[in-house]
Design a binder for this molecule. Structure first.
Ligand code: PLP
Length: 428
């Protein structure tokens, strides 16, 4: 056995969370081997418990029909309540601050309706340059919707570090520098392309110091890195659950509204499910918002989409957020170490080297250029090693502590080395 495989075996043998892999369905290649699946940052694997949870709701629908709203083990009327405590745990929030609803981009718009209130003196939104397209479209359209101009009022913070990441100092400078014009600072928890993790508490404090709102897109943060939304003081946050949340394609998303806004009379777009629960079914004409994040709901929730989320989140509680983070740091740290030691001539790590500045994902730039990178990516996929490609030249590899192993990482390292032996990078 080669030294890398041997180390992987020892590390996996000593991993207290190893049994959680059994809780997931792992796709197999034609050769009958499990995939080395590093794409949990895009679509998390399916927890085995999902089928039964869905079958249960289908049975309730068949046997109880409309009475399923009130009867059965998990009455649909309160179904979003059944995910609340686990959501709060993963988001580092109080239960009243979180709700599962809609999709990420929808929630971003809904919360900007309330928390982006531009004025002539203070019209601007600060985001990171190279933000996820949906977020950029959302903020740009909000700025226009209010009659302002993205050319002057959308401020995009450029990377200042060699690999294309952003220093804490640059963030602080930008917020202070644009201070009086900033209505909203909207930053990611973990940047989707670079894998850089940001300090939510520091950014929030800097935004508040200049009188701006602090909002976060946690699409790549939720279920990946420890979040402390309440203590960080963030005003609002949104995320999806199909990435590290493992709740299935297009899963219902999440939203956070800080307790200090729980009784807010800020403008909002209202719907009946956001109405105070006690009086919702009096069906009166006037909207009385439910306290906290619940008050931003629009519609009665999609039960068949919430059922997978309910069982998926239970795994986070069982594994424990601290233990998951500990394993994540070990897994990704080992991946980084092997890339630096074995593959430095092939791959450059874009993601920051310090573990507190990243989550599970490493973004790897292929030194030989885009064409070689595409080829390597295809070569890996052919061996059942599944990462993803982000234009123009980045391969993202995300070892997920709930189901990935050091053996998966060893396969990746050996496959890239094999590609190099075959002269792959010369093709670039
Ligand atoms: C994945 C992701 C999205 C996707 O938005 P949906 O509304 O769920 O389609 C948006 N923003 C970021 C930063 C993402 O990583």
């Amino acid at each position: 056995m080669n030294p890398i495989d041997k180390q992987a075996q020892q590390r996996d043998g000593a991993d207290p969370l190893a049994p959680f892999r059994e809780q997931f369905l792992i796709p197999r290649g034609d050769d009958g081997r499990d995939w080395a699946y590093f794409c949990g940052n895009s679509l998390g694997l399916q927890p085995r418990a999902v089928s039964a949870a869905l079958a249960h709701e289908l049975r309730c629908w068949g046997e109880l029909a409309v009475e399923g709203h009130f009867k059965g083990e998990l009455p649909w009327m309160d179904y979003h309540e059944f995910v609340r405590d686990d959501l709060a745990l993963v988001a580092g929030a109080k239960p009243c601050e979180v709700v599962a609803m809609n999709s990420l981009s929808t929630n971003l718009h809904l919360l900007m309706v309330s928390f982006y209130r531009p004025t002539k003196q203070r019209p601007a939104i600060l985001i990171e340059a190279g933000a996820f397209p949906s977020d950029r479209y959302a903020v740009e359209s909000q700025i226009r919707f209010h009659g302002f101009d993205p050319a002057s009022d959308l401020i995009e913070l450029e990377p200042d570090e060699p690999a294309g990441t952003i220093s804490d100092a640059a963030i602080a400078r930008a917020i202070a520098g644009h201070g009086e014009r900033l209505a909203l600072v909207l930053m990611p928890g973990v940047q989707y392309r670079s894998g850089q993790r940001f300090d939510l508490a520091a950014i929030t404090a800097q935004a508040h110091a200049v009188g701006a709102i602090a909002g976060f897109d946690l699409a790549h943060g939720f279920g990946n890195v420890p979040l402390d939304l309440h203590d960080a003081g963030a005003d609002f946050a949104v995320w999806c659950h199909y990435k590290y949340g493992n709740a299935g394609p297009g899963a219902v998303a999440g939203a956070f509204v800080h307790e200090r806004h729980a009784d807010s009379d800020r403008p909002r777009f209202a719907g009946w499910w956001g109405h105070d629960r006690e009086t919702r079914f009096q069906m009166g004409p006037d909207f009385v918002p439910a306290r906290g994040a619940d008050g931003w709901q629009l519609s009665n929730p999609p039960i068949l989409a919430l059922a997978p989320l309910r069982v998926s989140l239970q795994l986070f509680r069982q594994a424990g957020m601290d233990r998951l983070r500990e394993k994540s740091i070990a897994l990704t740290g080992w991946l980084a170490e092997q890339v630096v030691n074995e593959l430095d001539d092939v791959l450059e790590i874009v993601t920051p080297a310090e573990s507190h500045r990243r989550g599970a994902q490493l973004s790897l730039r292929v030194r030989a250029g885009r064409e070689a990178g595409r080829e390597l990516f295809g070569f890996l996929a052919g061996q059942g090693i599944i990462g993803d490609w982000r234009e123009p030249d980045v391969i993202r590899i995300s070892p997920v502590p709930l189901y990935n192993t050091h053996a998966d990482i060893a396969r990746f390292i050996e496959a890239v080395a094999q590609w190099r032996r075959q002269g792959g990078q010369r093709n670039g």
